[in-house]
Design a protein around this ligand. Structure first.
Ligand SMILES: Cc1cc2nc3c(=O)[nH]c(=O)nc-3n(C[C@H](O)[C@H](O)[C@H](O)COP(=O)(O)O)c2cc1C
Length: 413
C-alpha cells in the first residue's frame, strides 16, 4: 500500500486500479470542462486564515450541521456510481463517514440501495433526491429514505437537463453502455477491479429497482414531514415573482420593495384590506391610520446600490422616488393638488429568512387607484348625507388629478 498523503495520491491509485470509463466519470467534467477548471481555480484560491499567539489547548473542529453534531463541518456529497468504483462503495463510504463523525449523503444514482446503506450503519445518513418526472416514483424514494431513518433530504437543483460529458460519450459510458473494442480492452486490463466489482452486492442502480406501489399518492415534498431539507447545486438565484418567494433573502431586496409598492399602485392592499396581503413584505401588523395621505401615480425603486445606505449585511436603506399628485386630508375629506417628485428611504432588514420593510410606517404614500378605491368604499359605508357629498367631491378630484411635475420618474411604475 503506497503512502497516501493527499487526494492526488488517491487519484493516481484509482487511475491505476479502476476501468478508465469509470475513472473518467469521476475525474472529468461536462462539455469543454470550463466550469470544472473554474471551480478548481476557485478552490485553489481559498486559504485558511492562520491565527497565532492564542491558546490552542481546546482546539476543535466539532460543529453542528443541520442540527446534528459533527466532528467537522464537512459532509460527504452525493456521488453517483460509487459502487462501480469499488464493490459496495456507498456502504463503505457511509461506514467511514460514521466512524469519522460526519454526514454521508447517498445519491439517488448509487449502486447500493438506500436499504443496503441503512443496514451498514447505525446512525442516520442523508439521502439525495433527483425528482423524476414520475412523481409517484420520487415519492416512493422519499418514503424509502424515511423508512431508512435518513435525517435529511438533499435536493439537487441544478440537473434539470444532463450536461453532455464528452469523455463518457467517448468511453461508451452511456445508458445503455456502448461497448467498443477500446472499452473491452480497458476492462480486461483491470482484472482486479472487475473481480472486486463483481463481488459487490449489486451491479446496477440499487435505488431504481422496484417501486412502492401505494406511494403513488404522495406527490409533494411537504409529505417529507419532520426531516430537514438541504438544497445542493444552487448555482444561480432562482427568479420567481410568486408571493411566497418574493421576500426571500435570495432575492434582490429592491424586488421586494417593488412588489410591495406595486400593491399600492394597483389598489390591491386596501381591496384585500388584510394583514395577509402585506404580511410577506412588512414587519408591522396593521395598516397605519393616516390623517393625511400622499397620493402618488408612480414610483421608482432605486436599484443603483451606490445610492443605498448599507447599515449592515442584514439591513439597508433603499431610496424610492414617488411621483406625487397631492395629499388627501382625511378629516376634511379634501384633496390638495401639489405635484412633485419625492424621495423616501425604505429601511429594510432581514427578519427570519426574508427581507422585510421596517420603515416607513407613516405617512404612507398611496397609489391613486388605491386611494380611489378607498374613498369609494367610504362613500358606501357613510350614513351622513352631507359627508357623502363631500366624499363624492373628493372622489372626483382624485379621478381628475394628473401629475404635472418633473418627468424624472416617468420610466417607473
Ligand atoms: C463523479 C460525481 C458524481 C456526482 N454525482 C452526484 C449525484 O449523483 N447526485 C448529486 O446530487 N450530485 C452529484 N455530484 C455533485 C456533488 O455531490 C457535488 O455537489 C459537486 O461535486 C460539488 O462539490 P465538489 O466541489 O466538492 O466536487 C457528483 C459529482 C461528481 C464529481
Amino acid at each position: 500500500m503506497p503512502v497516501v498523503t493527499n487526494v492526488e495520491d488517491l487519484r493516481q491509485m484509482a487511475r491505476k486500479r479502476v476501468a478508465k470509463a469509470v475513472f473518467d466519470y469521476v475525474d472529468r467534467g461536462s462539455y469543454d470542462e470550463a466550469t470544472l477548471r473554474a471551480n478548481r481555480a476557485d478552490l485553489d484560491a481559498l486559504h485558511f486564515r492562520q491565527r497565532v499567539a492564542i491558546n490552542v489547548d481546546q482546539r476543535s473542529t466539532r460543529s453542528t450541521m443541520a442540527g446534528q453534531e459533527v466532528a467537522m463541518p464537512v459532509a460527504i456529497a452525493p456521488v453517483g456510481l460509487t459502487g462501480l468504483n469499488w464493490a459496495d462503495g456507498e456502504m463503505l463510504g457511509a461506514r467511514a463517514a460514521e466512524k469519522f463523525g460526519i454526514p454521508f449523503t447517498l445519491s439517488t444514482m448509487s449502486i447500493c440501495s438506500i436499504e443496503d446503506v441503512a443496514g451498514a450503519v447505525t446512525k442516520p445518513f442523508w439521502y439525495q433526491l433527483y425528482v423524476f418526472r414520475d412523481r409517484g416514483f420520487a415519492a416512493s424514494l422519499i418514503e424509502r429514505a424515511k423508512a431508512a431513518k435518513c435525517s435529511a433530504l438533499v435536493m439537487t437543483l441544478d440537473l434539470q437537463v444532463q450536461g453532455q460529458r464528452h469523455m463518457d460519450l467517448k468511453n461508451g459510458l452511456t445508458v445503455p453502455p456502448r461497448l467498443t473494442p477500446g472499452t473491452l480492452l480497458d476492462v480486461m486490463t483491470k482484472p482486479g477491479w472487475v473481480l472486486n466489482v463483481l463481488s459487490g452486492r449489486r451491479k446496477s442502480f440499487g435505488n431504481l429497482e422496484g417501486q412502492i406501489p401505494d406511494a403513488k399518492t404522495l406527490t409533494t415534498l411537504g409529505q417529507w414531514i419532520g426531516a430537514i431539507i438541504i438544497m445542493t447545486g444552487v448555482t444561480a438565484l432562482p427568479l420567481s415573482d410568486s408571493h411566497a418567494q418574493i421576500g426571500s433573502i435570495v432575492h434582490d431586496p429592491t424586488e421586494m420593495v417593488d412588489k410591495y409598492l406595486e400593491l399600492d399602485v394597483k389598489g390591491v392592499r386596501l381591496d384585500a384590506m388584510s394583514q395577509e396581503a402585506q404580511a410577506p413584505y412588512v414587519t408591522w401588523e396593521h395598516e397605519p391610520v393616516w390623517g393625511r395621505a400622499v397620493v402618488i401615480t408612480q414610483y421608482e425603486v432605486i436599484n443603483d446600490f451606490k445610492q443605498w445606505t448599507v447599515i449592515s449585511q442584514a439591513e439597508v436603506i433603499i431610496p424610492v422616488e414617488y411621483k406625487v399628485l397631492g395629499s388627501v386630508y382625511w378629516e376634511r375629506a379634501s384633496f390638495l393638488s401639489e405635484p412633485k417628485v419625492e424621495r423616501v428611504g425604505f429601511r429594510i432588514k432581514i427578519v427570519g429568512d426574508r427581507w422585510r420593510i421596517a420603515e416607513p410606517l407613516l405617512p404612507p404614500h398611496i397609489g391613486q387607484k388605491r386611494m380611489i378605491n378607498y374613498v369609494r368604499q367610504a362613500i358606501l359605508d357613510e350614513k351622513d348625507q352631507a359627508r357623502t357629498g363631500t366624499l363624492e367631491t373628493l372622489l372626483d378630484d382624485l379621478k381628475k388629478a394628473k401629475h404635472e411635475g418633473p418627468a424624472s420618474a416617468q420610466t417607473s411604475h
